[in-house]
Ligand binder design. Structure first.
Ligand code: IPE
Ligand code: IPE
Ligand code: MG
Length: 258
C-alpha cells in the first residue's frame, strides 16, 4: 500500500481495546445520578461492536469493571452488575446471530454466582462463532492477570509438567487471560484521562494509545472511525528504524509490479 494512506499503510487494527470512561461526568453534567450515565453507556457499546465488525477489526476488548472499581459505593457496584446482566441477556441472541464470539476475562469468582453462570453460558453458546471476538473485562486488573499467569506457571512446574527453564515469552503469553489472542494494536480511552488504570498490561506492550475527551455515553461510530483513522496514520516501528521499514516495504512493491 502506498504511503498516501498514512504511514501505517491505512491498516485496520486487528485488536482494539477500549477503556470506556466518563459515564459519571456525563450524568452529572445533566443533573442525573451516576447510574444514569452507566445506563446511557450501553448504546455506544452496541454501536462500537457493530462498527468494529463492519471495519474488519478481529478482536474488541472492552473494560467494563476494574479490580479497583470494587471500591465504589455498594449501590453503584450493584447497579453496574445488574446493568451488565441485563445487557447480556438482552443482546446475546443478536450477538450470536451476528457470529460474535464472546469471552470474559477477570476475577470471575468475585462476581455473583448468577452472573458467573450467564458468562459461562454465553461463552459456550458462541464459542464456534467465527466473527468478531468480543472480550469483556469485568472484575479485571492487569496486575491480577500477571499474578494469575505466574501462579498458573508455578502450578505446572510444581506438577512436573513444565521446567522453569522452558518458561519463555511464548509460554507466558499462553497463560494470560487473553491467551490465544494477539496483543492490542489500538487502545482507545474516552473521558479525557490519560492513564491505563490497571487495564491490560502485557497485552498493551506495543499498542498505539488514543485518548479522547469525549465522555463514553456520547461516543459515536464517527468517534470510533476517527480513532481508526488516527491509527492508520501512525508509524509503527516496533523498535526498528524508518529506513528499515522502507527497505522492508520495497521487495513487496517489486513483487507486486512483476
Ligand atoms: C466508566 O465511567 C465506567 C466504569 C468505570 C464502570 P465512570 O463511572 O468512571 O465515569 P467518571 O469517570 O466518574 O465520569
Ligand atoms: C477505568 O475507569 C475502568 C473502567 C473504565 C472500567 P476508572 O474511572 O475506574 O479509572 P480511574 O479510577 O479514573 O483511573
Ligand atoms: Mg472514571
Amino acid at each position: 500500500m502506498s504511503t498516501e494512506h498514512g504511514a501505517n499503510g491505512g491498516a485496520v487494527p486487528a485488536h482494539v481495546a477500549i477503556i470506556m470512561d466518563g459515564n459519571g461526568r456525563w450524568a452529572r453534567a445533566r443533573g442525573l445520578p451516576r447510574h444514569a450515565g452507566h445506563s446511557a453507556g450501553v448504546r455506544p457499546v452496541r454501536q462500537c461492536v457493530e462498527q468494529a465488525a463492519r471495519r474488519g477489526v478481529k478482536v474488541l476488548t472492552l473494560f467494563a469493571f476494574s479490580s479497583e472499581n470494587w471500591r465504589r459505593p455498594r449501590e453503584e457496584v450493584s447497579r453496574l452488575m445488574t446493568l451488565f446482566l441485563e445487557a447480556l441477556d438482552r443482546e446475546l441472541d443478536e450477538l450470536h446471530a451476528n457470529r460474535v464470539r464472546l469471552r470474559f476475562i477477570g476475577e470471575r469468582e468475585r462476581l455473583a454466582p448468577a452472573l458467573q453462570q450467564r458468562l459461562s453460558a454465553a461463552e459456550m453458546r458462541t464459542r464456534e462463532n467465527t466473527g468478531l471476538v468480543l472480550v469483556v473485562a469485568a472484575a479485571y486488573g492487569g496486575q491480577w492477570d500477571m499474578v494469575q499467569a505466574a501462579r498458573g506457571l508455578a502450578q505446572r512446574v510444581a506438577r512436573g509438567e513444565l521446567s522453569p527453564e522452558a518458561i519463555d515469552q511464548a509460554v507466558f503469553e499462553d497463560q494470560r487471560a487473553l491467551a490465544g489472542l494477539p496483543g492490542v494494536d489500538l487502545l482507545i480511552r474516552t473521558g479525557g484521562e490519560q492513564r491505563i488504570s490497571n487495564f491490560l498490561l502485557w497485552d498493551l506492550a506495543y499498542a498505539e494509545l488514543y485518548f479522547t475527551p469525549r465522555l463514553w455515553p456520547a461516543f459515536t461510530t464517527g468517534d470510533f472511525d476517527a480513532a481508526l483513522a488516527e491509527f492508520a496514520a501512525r508509524r509503527r516501528r516496533f523498535g526498528r528504524t524508518d529506513e528499515q521499514l522502507q527497505a522492508d516495504a520495497l521487495p513487496q512493491v517489486t513483487e507486486a509490479s512483476r
